[in-house]
Design a protein around this ligand. Structure first.
Ligand SMILES: O=C([O-])C(=O)C[C@H](O)[C@@H](O)C(=O)[O-]
Ligand SMILES: [Mg+2]
Length: 431
């Protein structure tokens, strides 16, 4: 007989995890970033885990949502989004414009709710899989591949966080020019076997970033390369970069902000455009696809609302002949496992997925997931196939408790001000 899947308790544990000083067009990563670990406890004694953003606005939604789950069954997945829909979102959190700090497109009430729901959906799927003795990918209809390919996510970075800012040491050194970027790429290939490379751009003037991608192309001839300035360029600058790097780019990611500008660029270049900024909700798909503004959508189960919705997104993309891959922010192993399970079920995943995981020296798992040949083997054990390390979780939660609130919201511009007090979030397009 299957264990009783009635939800009797939900544990929410906000944590702060170490993050290196990675640069993007908004600023730099804080030394610690907030994440939320969700545990769904069932009457039969089985617990499932999930993970999402840990900033206060997500926590404030997760708490009442968790209360509403008590007494429901972990298998009742279709009702989760409806349940979340009933929850009011503080209007000041949804200015209805580009989410500058988050680099993930518009901020809407629904997107906030979905970002919370996704962690609960993953936790429920984990519990269900454990109860049935089935991996999450089997609950999603079964894997179509045994391993999921990831790309090396390269960043311009400083050797350490600014003077006087407490943080963990990382051994990767600075990467502030083409040689530094190539060196970082070499280290990533040696350690993890990645064969495709994405450079987070929008940090330096475009000519410097063109030179870095050229240097990567010389160091790794024939390997797929991507450049993502998070909308920092004008249409004309984007077209110039596309002309200069067209022979080596797999795609350009969000060179400009917004669907109309992306459509303008797409109409004038052969280089495919990818996005995790202008197609981030179902409502944004119609305009982008009918205008042929994007050729690859980078899904993300966190803000799209879960693993099953990610499969729906992939199906819509397939119908329109648009490619799919996956976006990533700072995340831990629970999310990497979730990403790997869903990616394993998506037919026609032609581009290696993004993952920040190599940058995360800390995790809440008893055993880290390992990249081999740039791939993660799809776990076949029950549920997600990962185990929570309670001691680590407690430690990282203690860090969150001890924080005075300064680090509980990710704010890359504020983190940059520790090095440059004059820094303000740049107006777009920057170049
Ligand atoms: O556009 C993207 O790929 C991202 O938004 C990924 C991350 O937010 C990345 O840019 C970061 O964390 O600096
Ligand atoms: Mg991007």
């Amino acid at each position: 007989m299957t264990a009783d899947l009635t939800i009797t308790d939900v544990r929410l544990t906000p944590i702060l995890v170490a993050d290196p000083p990675l640069l993007n067009t908004q600023g730099v990563h804080q030394p610690y970033t907030p994440r939320l670990i969700v545990e769904v406890v069932t009457a039969g004694g089985i617990t499932g885990v999930g993970e999402t953003y840990g900033d206060t606005r997500y926590l404030e939604l997760a708490r009442p949502f968790a209360d509403r789950l008590i007494g429901r069954r972990a298998s009742e997945l279709n009702g989760l989004a409806l349940l979340a829909h009933e929850m009011a979102v503080d209007g000041s959190q949804v200015p209805g414009r580009v989410d500058a700090g988050g680099l993930r497109g518009v901020r809407t009430a629904d997107k906030l709710r979905l970002s919370v729901v996704s962690a609960f959906e993953v936790a429920c799927l984990d519990a269900l899989g454990r109860a049935l003795g089935l991996p999450v990918h089997a609950l999603l209809g079964g894997k179509v591949r045994d391993a999921v390919e990831y790309s090396a996510y390269l960043f311009y970075k400083w050797a350490g966080h600014p003077e006087g800012v407490p943080g963990e040491k990382d051994d990767s050194g600075a990467a502030l020019d083409p040689a530094g970027v190539v060196e970082q790429a070499r280290r990533f290939t040696e350690r993890y076997g990645f064969t495709s490379f994405k450079l987070k751009g929008g940090v330096f003037p475009p000519d410097e970033e063109i030179a870095a991608v050229r240097a990567l192309a010389e160091a790794f001839p024939g390997h797929p390369l991507r450049l993502d300035p998070n909308g920092a360029w004008s249409v004309e600058t984007s077209l110039r970069v596309a002309r200069e790097l067209g022979d080596v780019l797999e795609y350009l990611e969000d060179p400009v902000l917004g669907t109309p500008a992306m459509a303008e660029v797409a109409a004038r270049t052969e280089v495919p455009l990818a996005t995790n900024m202008c197609v981030t909700t179902f409502a944004e798909i119609k305009e982008a696809f009918t205008k042929d503004a994007v050729q690859v959508v980078l899904g993300d189960h966190h803000y799209w609302g879960g693993l099953r919705i990610t499969q729906q997104l992939a199906a819509i993309c397939r119908a329109f002949g648009v490619g799919v891959s996956m976006h990533s922010n700072t995340h831990l192993g629970i999310s990497l496992a979730a990403m790997t399970h869903v990616a394993a079920t998506v037919p026609g995943l032609h581009h290696a997925c993004d993952s920040h995981y190599p940058w995360q020296s800390e995790d809440v798992l008893t055993e880290r997931l390992a990249f081999e040949g740039g791939r993660i083997t799809v776990p076949d054990g029950p549920g997600l196939g990962v185990e929570l390390d309670r001691d680590r979780l407690r430690l990282l939660h203690r860090r969150w408790l001890d924080d005075d609130g300064a680090l509980r919201e990710r704010d890359d511009a504020a983190a940059m001000r520790a090095a440059d007090p004059e820094w303000i979030t740049p107006r777009m397009p920057r170049w």
